[in-house]
Design a protein around this ligand. Structure first.
Ligand SMILES: [Fe+2]
Length: 233
């Protein structure tokens, strides 16, 4: 069986396309150097795993390193995808996502304020993340330190904002709040809405009959999802 490794994903837009909110130089170094470093870090650990047996390693240290590099790899991938150049990016969410934001935050403005606060107050290096709790079906803001600390297991990450200095220093120097404010002009709400709809679809199966998604045929899955949607009206 073929073993896979991590690969740097291409950006879904050009390096210059997020300007003036994120410059070409800033985006290029972030993607080509920093994201690549997490890919390389994760793959170096996979190489260690593939060298078993015969290689002694400190499992505790390796697990910690793995969490950091894979967390960095995955969060950056999500980050690129939850941004889009104007006019697609920016504005306000619509559809299911907008309904959930209103349900759980009261208004988009309140959500934006709380998410920005999470991003601005992250200590050192980290992320602000919008997540969905599969148990309560509520949106929560998660403040991730580094790439892996404070993460709640099994919460789907719907949207992230990288607030490591490497994400904004060339453009905004030490003024993180200006970068956080600029982010709202390039959020790809369509993608974030797609993520929440997929997650609700997956969770709906459990909510309807407590069976696992993978055990179900697609048609059965859709029927259950429709029933769940009906029950939410
Ligand atoms: Fe980053």
């Amino acid at each position: 069986m073929v073993k896979k490794i991590y690969e740097l994903p291409a950006l879904p837009y050009g390096y210059e396309d997020l300007a003036p909110y994120i410059s070409k130089e800033q985006l290029q170094i972030h993607h080509d150097k920093h994201h690549q470093a997490y890919v390389d870090g994760a793959n170096a650990i996979l190489q260690k795993f593939d060298s078993r047996p015969g290689l002694e390693f400190d499992v505790k240290a390796v697990a910690k390193e793995l969490s950091f590099h894979v967390g960095g790899f995955l969060l950056h991938k999500l980050f690129w995808e939850n941004m889009a150049p104007a006019p697609k990016g920016g504005g306000e969410p619509t559809g299911t996502l907008a309904q959930y934001i209103n349900k759980d935050f009261g208004s988009f403005e309140r959500f934006k304020q709380e998410f920005s606060q999470a991003a601005n107050s992250t200590e050192g290096s980290g992320w602000a993340a919008l997540t969905l709790c599969p148990v309560t079906d509520r949106l929560f803001i998660m403040q991730v330190e580094k790439h892996n600390i404070n993460v709640i297991p099994n919460f789907k990450v719907l949207m992230v904002l990288d607030v490591w200095e490497h994400a904004y220093y060339l453009d905004y120097k030490n003024v993180r709040p200006s970068y956080v404010e600029a982010f709202w002009n390039i959020v790809n709400w369509e993608e974030v809405n797609r993520r929440i709809e997929i997650e609700i679809l997956a969770n709906s199966v459990n909510l309807v009959d407590n069976r696992r998604v993978l055990d179900m045929k697609l048609e059965e899955f859709k029927v259950n999802f429709d029933a769940w949607l009906e029950s939410m009206k």
